[in-house]
Write a protein that binds this ligand. Structure first.
Ligand SMILES: Cc1cc2nc3c(=O)[nH]c(=O)nc-3n(C[C@H](O)[C@H](O)[C@H](O)COP(=O)(O)O)c2cc1C
Length: 174
């Protein structure tokens, strides 16, 4: 075992995170800083850097959509994560279909098999590179044939598929 005093090296040992397409208003941002927050109320959190156009929008609208892309939608995911909505309309440029939400004003992405409508209930803004927006899931649209195995993961420049299930019988209090 080596003692590493540099926290950044420690951070890099984490496995990949799920990648999502966050919709706010009529814009889309790719985010790998996405995590479970709570079972009750069902909530997630996303980390967004202040420089992003989506940051301005989420601060104003206090809501967001989480659209889960499949591994087949890697090029769409890469596109939404490399151009800014300040300069282009990503729905039009990527030729994807805005879908109306039920509980929020922001558009969702019809081509994604899962869309979660979230309202911002709190933020975490402690010194870090990202501000974390905690969103309560108000409702979900889920394709009948959706499986979590289709999702896409990302960390340190690498995209990955979800791995195999090793053990899944026992319920663990998480
Ligand atoms: C795979 C991937 C993951 C990303 N994850 C995040 C993230 O978690 N938070 C963030 O602020 N930006 C993230 N980005 C960068 C933004 O998606 C990117 O800067 C985007 O162009 C911002 O769009 P906007 O200016 O329209 O909001 C990621 C990009 C990629 C390709």
């Amino acid at each position: 075992m080596k003692l590493i005093r540099d926290g950044a090296t420690g951070l890099k040992t984490l496995p990949a995170f799920p990648v999502v397409l966050v919709t706010v208003g009529q814009n889309i941002l790719t985010a790998a800083a996405c995590s479970f927050y709570s079972f009750e109320p069902p909530s997630v959190m996303i980390g967004i850097k202040p420089a992003r156009y989506s940051f301005e929008l989420i601060c104003k609208l206090e809501e967001f959509g989480i659209n889960i892309p499949t591994a087949d939608q890697l090029s769409l995911t890469e596109y939404c994560g490399t151009v800014s909505g300040r300069n282009v309309n990503k729905f039009e440029e990527a030729d994807i279909t805005p879908m109306e939400s039920i509980k929020i004003q922001s558009s969702l992405i019809r081509e994604c098999p899962v869309n979660l409508e979230c309202k911002v209930v709190s933020t975490i803004d402690w010194e870090g590179s990202h501000r974390w927006f905690i969103g309560r899931i108000e409702c979900a649209h889920i394709a009948e044939d959706y499986s979590r195995d289709q999702a896409l993961m990302f960390w340190l420049g690498q995209y990955r598929k979800v791995g195999e299930v090793l053990h899944g019988k026992q319920r663990i209090d998480f």
